[in-house]
Write a protein that binds this ligand. Structure first.
Ligand SMILES: [Zn+2]
Length: 298
């Protein structure tokens, strides 16, 4: 399967107010795998943008998909696309070795689950911009108009912009995110930094909670059970970190596979690197069968 199609749980709103949700993705080629394996020092959000711009063949009526559009996709839609790519590259099943987090146990646990079973939240309410009326407690000095806030949902562009802050000052990163996402406070647009800065902690919490309710996304907590002590616990699952980690772990194999195919088929490196992993593996299996047949016959 060299391309896969699907529907984004959120979607991309273009400048004319049209929503684009259906997508076509190309399976990763050796070149894409190489990019990811060699870019471990790059900020992950920028890497996801570059990868999605390479593999997204179409998005609604947008074809080809420019990097700028891949960057503007909602955070949850980007995760969803990575999930689909992971399924196409390594299959549906996830297996990870952990240690039981209960202090009196601490034994090794193998967590296994299927990506198809991962819940995807897809809010029915969709729009480029959302409106929220803060509670009276959150903005006591304002009337109804003054308590109206409009905002958009966080995108890959926000992730790219905020990633240097996240590592050093998470609170600052969150403030910057609100400054970027809030479009209007109390009818004043653009609201300006002071207006966003003047929001009460409760107002911020209400906006953040509404954003989370509206944002599409995949479940990031997996329930696992320990066979030794019989208790269960939650494991965070970050599809991007997990998938990129798998690709890096596998990168040594990539060049061996390319060498093997070049050696037996006399194809060029460029041609082999342009193949998807599935295709590469199919030829490797054919070769293995052939070599086995020759050995048996000898
Ligand atoms: Zn245990």
């Amino acid at each position: 399967m060299d391309t896969l199609a699907g529907i984004l749980p959120g979607g991309y709103w273009d400048g004319e107010g049209r929503l684009h949700r259906s997508f076509e993705l190309a399976a990763l080629t050796g070149r894409d795998e190489e990019l990811l394996a060699q870019a471990s020092d790059r900020p992950p959000a920028a890497l996801v943008t570059e990868l999605l711009a390479r593999v997204l063949k179409s998005l609604g009526s947008i074809c080809p998909v420019p990097e700028q559009v891949a960057r503007q996709l909602l955070v949850g839609d980007r995760q969803f696309l990575l999930l689909r790519l992971r399924q196409a590259t390594f299959g549906d099943s996830v297996r990870a070795g952990l240690v039981c987090p209960w202090a009196d146990c601490g034994r090794p646990v193998t967590v296994e689950f299927s990506l198809t079973d991962l819940p995807v939240s897809e809010p029915g309410d969709k729009g480029p911009v959302y409106r929220l009326t803060l509670s009276a407690a959150a903005a006591p000095d304002s009337g109804d108009v003054g308590r109206t806030v409009s905002f958009r949902l966080p995108t890959g562009a926000d992730q790219e912009e905020l990633s240097p802050w996240l590592a050093v000052n998470e609170a600052r990163a969150l403030t910057l995110l609100l400054e970027r996402c809030i479009r209007e406070v109390g009818g004043s647009a653009p609201p300006g930094r002071e207006l966003v800065g003047a929001l009460s902690p409760l107002a911020r919490a209400e906006i953040e909670e509404r954003m989370q309710q509206l944002a599409p996304g995949i479940e990031e907590m997996i329930e696992a059970g320990c066979a030794e002590c019989g208790r269960s616990f939650l494991v965070p699952f970050d599809v991007q970190r997990f998938f990129f980690g798998e690709l890096r772990a596998d990168s040594g194999l990539l060049y061996r596979e390319v060498h093997y195919l070049a050696y037996h088929y006399h194809w060029g490196e460029q041609e082999i690197m342009a193949m998807t992993r599935g295709r590469r593996r199919t030829y490797l299996e054919v070769l293995a069968d052939e070599i086995e047949r020759l050995n048996d016959g000898a």
